[in-house]
Write a protein that binds this ligand. Structure first.
Ligand SMILES: *Cc1c(COP(=O)(O)O)cnc(C)c1O
Length: 437
């Protein structure tokens, strides 16, 4: 197989996600034959620095030796068994370890295979909880303006991205949105924290009126990634959690993108000192190896389902729920966090990246440069209607995988990036920005 052969066959047989396929008449697909560390390689030796961890999943680089070894070992033992009526070591160990990471406050783990399914589970579980508690009228959901929680029909109903939503709007059960605490929206002279407080009051105003029908408020803690890395002050989460508790509305923390150290703490919501009722995890959970997601919840929710009556139980399943290989990849990922003290190591690594990023932060066409943990983002002044596509193409020419969201450029590098690679990332991004006017 060479580059050209792969592309031709791919365009014939594969319907690619998030893509107008006709665009590939002029914008070539990128053929990838192998990966190693932060690098992806094509069939002819060209390489690309994966500055976005392949849609935010690949935490410890491609072909990570420790995750590879764990998967090889698991392959020789058990590749899969159904989780209804059966259990296995990786799923038990993973559930115990994840619960421990929440200080045992979220002690019950329900698994699925992707992020959108985790959202679906949290939404269904929240409503079913209220139904079991004799309040079936609590069946509505509230989310933030610009929210992204996945693209299946249930998850899309709490996703507020017009491009993904509009064509399917007739299929969706409408939910309400409240203002996003995105710090870029603060008024002149208003601090991110003050703006967060103003948004929390808007949330409270909404709940005062509608809490009787609302099962849950779903939020991406600290960074609304798909909205273009919109960052907010932790005060918002602190106040939102208190308001939700006061009005008996569940708080669902969607940490599918921001969990696993991405914002500087293991979970993003920890920075606000809150305890959500549901925590959704996916993406980085398996180090970018295998599809896996989990919804973690409290003993209180769990107990509301625990009864003789089967219809009071949580009725949801996926064929691959709790797949042993995926759980083993997740365990290997957690082992790296532990063995390498990754959260602390990332403080230093993040500091070095921020320092090197000064050449971008001070660039005259760069606006709203921002950073939280291992996420860096900024907008670039440009009136080119093809901006994001051109950045992508110019990036590839400079051994760089960048995928802007609208005008927002961002880095979410694998945590194994070294100093030379950081330098490559910054210098080449600078060149890319200067190449796209
Ligand atoms: C990616 C993402 C999802 C959906 O996950 P998929 O695995 O793509 O279905 C949900 N919520 C957030 C915050 C995400 O970033």
């Amino acid at each position: 197989m060479n580059n050209r052969q792969l592309l031709e066959r791919s365009l014939k047989a594969v319907w690619h996600p998030c893509t107008q396929m006709q665009a590939h008449e002029t914008l070539p697909l990128v053929p990838i034959s192998r990966g190693e560390g932060v690098w992806l390689y094509d069939f002819e030796g060209q390489r690309y620095l994966d500055a976005i961890s392949s849609w935010w999943v690949n935490l410890f680089g491609h072909a990570n030796p420790r995750i590879n070894a764990a998967l090889r070992d698991q392959l020789e033992r058990l590749e899969h068994v159904m989780l209804a009526g059966f259990s296995h070591e990786p799923v038990v160990e993973l559930s115990e370890k994840l619960s421990a990471l929440t200080g045992e406050t979220l002690g019950h783990c329900f698994y699925a295979s992707d992020g959108a399914s985790a959202t679906e589970i949290a939404l269904k579980m929240s409503h079913h909880y209220w139904r079991n508690m004799g309040r079936p009228e609590k069946c509505r959901y509230l989310s933030l303006a610009g929210s992204y929680h996945g693209e299946t029909v249930g998850a899309l109903a709490v996703t507020d991205v017009a491009l993904f939503r509009d064509a399917y709007a007739p299929l969706l059960r409408p939910g309400a949105t409240v203002p996003s605490p995105d710090a870029r929206l603060a008024e002149a002279g208003e601090s991110p924290s003050d703006y967060a407080k103003r948004c929390a009051r808007a949330l409270e105003d909404h709940l005062v009126e509608h809490h009787g029908q609302i099962a849950a408020f779903i939020v991406e803690p600290l960074v609304q990634c798909a909205a273009g890395m919109a960052m907010h002050d932790p005060d918002y989460l602190r106040l939102a959690a208190a308001v939700c508790a006061r009005y008996e509305v569940h708080l669902i923390a969607d940490e599918i993108a921001v969990g696993f150290g991405r914002t500087g703490t293991f979970f993003a919501h920890q920075q606000a000192g809150i305890r959500p009722d549901f925590l959704c995890l996916s993406k980085g959970i398996s180090g970018g190896y295998l599809p896996l997601s989990v919804v973690m919840t409290t003993d209180r929710v769990y107990q509301a389902f625990y009864a003789e009556d089967v219809t009071r139980g949580f009725l949801h399943s996926h064929s691959y729920t709790g797949n042993p290989l995926a759980c083993r990849a997740a365990l290997a990922t957690l082992a790296i966090f532990h063995d390498d003290d990754v959260i602390n190591a990332n403080r230093l690594l993040g500091g070095r990246i921020s320092e090197r990023a000064t050449i971008l932060a001070t660039h005259p066409r760069v606006k709203s440069f921002r950073n939280r943990g291992m996420i860096w983002a900024f907008e670039v002044d440009s009136d080119d209607p093809q901006f994001s596509r051109k950045i992508f193409t110019e990036g590839l020419r400079r051994q760089l995988l960048l995928r802007p969201i609208g005008r927002s450029l961002y880095f979410m590098p694998p945590y194994v990036i070294n100093d030379d690679e950081i330098e490559h990332l910054m210098q080449q991004t600078l060149a890319v920005i200067d190449a796209v006017r």
